[in-house]
Design a protein around this ligand. Structure first.
Ligand code: EPU
Length: 423
């Protein structure tokens, strides 16, 4: 069983390359279901979620060639069975993103319900309600979403809450629908804007992606595409938090600073210097870290996907910080593990109160979610002694070779083999 070993208390110095955005690549891979021919995605990160999506596309009859940082998806040969099985969907909730494209393209789809996960219940009701507005008949039976619509038609969908993959699923479906669709109260994340760019390359007309109202003029047929994925703002933000915790001076190559504005504002407030250097970013910690309060919110608020890493950094800041999580109901799983490393954190409902301590102490820890695992690596960088982060498969879902990237900036971080994994 792999684990990440971090020997802390060293500053970071050097450069780290930011890879392509996981949460942009996943819906774009699903967009390949909308056309024939061969699509080419460039700047794709080498992640387990990319492998899982590739496997899912193969199950759906596509030829998929993964040669990171490139993925090619070829049109189906023979008949397509538009069914996404439980074995794949349970590994990755974003698999539900095949629902919209399959329905639009093949008139029916059967997709396993993703179910809850560690960070919360995460229903998909908004996806289903939206697809029903476009004319789909949907039933949920035996753990599957079964949807049918001979030809989807445009309509007006008003989301009750902004949902990232919900907005994406509707954009994917509407792109191949008959007529115009308006989506209202959309999520505004940069990854949604990116999907809009790809759908436009394919021949749909998408206007307003990245704002709360999106108009989509559906096409009768869509073309394959060639596209380089934007850089991963959360990976970049995680490395910024690492510099914040450990100290030092790092050049983040291809850091998407504009997409990270809500995080950068807070990082500057706690004492980091972040400067644009061409398409890169120079990140430095000049003095001691100050405390700061953050509340997560949909974009352009502070991203929930950065909450755990920011909190790990705040564990060693001067004074008291308050972190409030409003997007997911159970996203404090890193807190007990940070506590085992000597952090002083109290939780009251969805708020964590962090009293900074000078330094943490290395321990054997594990987390059951991707960003929580990343926060333990950040904490390990500022700990005395050795930290062993177990259950690395969570990290591998969303960070490409995090140990190599950090080691390249002088950290003592390696992947090790453990004999056995505690239950
Ligand atoms: N929600 C509903 N009904 C729905 C859809 C969502 O109630 O039909 C609720 C969720 O339970 C949650 C809130 O709405 O409380 C927002 O969830 P959203 O749908 O926006 O999340 P998601 O699309 O499932 C994506 C990212 C997550 C990221 C969230 C929030 C992808 C593949 N995943 O998830 O990324 O945390 O948006 O920004 O884009 C990660 O990368 O570690 C990760 C978890």
């Amino acid at each position: 069983m792999d684990a990440i070993r971090v020997r802390g208390a060293r500053e970071l110095r050097g450069s780290i390359r930011v890879g392509g955005a996981k949460n942009a690549a996943l819906p774009i891979l699903c967009a390949t279901l909308l056309s024939d021919g061969e699509s080419r995605l460039r700047n794709v990160p080498g992640l387990r979620d990319i492998q899982t999506t590739s496997e899912l596309l193969r199950t759906l009859g596509r030829g998929v060639t993964v040669d990171i940082p490139e993925v090619r998806v070829q049109a189906p040969r023979g008949q397509v069975v538009p069914e996404a099985p439980y074995e794949l969907v349970r590994q990755m909730r974003a698999s539900v993103l095949v629902l919209g494209p399959l329905l639009a393209r093949y008139g029916r789809a059967k997709v396993s319900l993703p179910g809850g996960c560690q960070i919360g219940a995460r229903p998909v009701d908004q996806h289903l309600l939206g697809l029903e507005v476009l004319g789909a008949k949907i039933v949920v039976e035996h753990g599957f979403i079964v949807a049918e619509a001979p030809r989807l038609r445009g309509g007006e969908v008003v989301f009750d809450i902004p949902t990232v993959t919900g907005t994406e699923n509707l954009m994917l479906a509407a792109a191949l629908s008959n007529g115009q669709t308006t989506l209202v109260n959309c999520a505004r994340e940069p990854e949604i804007e990116e999907l809009g760019r790809v759908l436009n390359k394919m021949g749909a007309r998408v206007e307003g992606a990245g704002t709360s109202i999106i108009h989509i003029h559906g096409a009768d047929e869509l073309e394959p595409f060639d596209h380089a994925i934007i850089a991963d703002r959360i990976e970049a933000g995680t490395f910024m938090a690492a510099v914040g915790a450990a100290g030092g001076d790092v050049l983040l190559e291809h850091a998407p600073l504009d997409d990270l504005e809500p995080v950068i504002v807070k990082l500057r407030r706690v004492g980091l210097e972040i400067e644009r250097e061409g398409e890169h970013a120079r990140v430095r910690r000049l003095g001691p870290l100050h405390s700061a309060d953050v509340t997560t919110a949909p974009h352009p608020g502070f991203p929930t996907d950065m909450q755990a890493q920011f909190m790990a950094m705040m564990c060693v800041a001067e004074g008291r910080s308050v972190v409030t999580e409003t997007v997911f109901e159970n996203r404090f799983m890193h807190v007990p593990e940070l506590g085992r490393m000597g952090a002083r954190i109290q939780i009251h409902n969805n708020t964590a109160i962090i009293d900074g301590v000078g330094r943490l102490s290395g321990a054997s820890v594990m987390a059951t979610d991707l960003r929580a695992s990343a926060s333990l690596v950040v904490a390990g960088l500022v700990s005395e002694g050795e930290t062993i982060v177990r259950r690395v498969y969570h990290l591998d879902r969303g960070y490409e070779a995090i140990e190599k990237k950090l080691a390249g900036a002088g950290a003592d971080v390696t992947r090790i083999q453990l004999e056995s994994e505690p239950a």
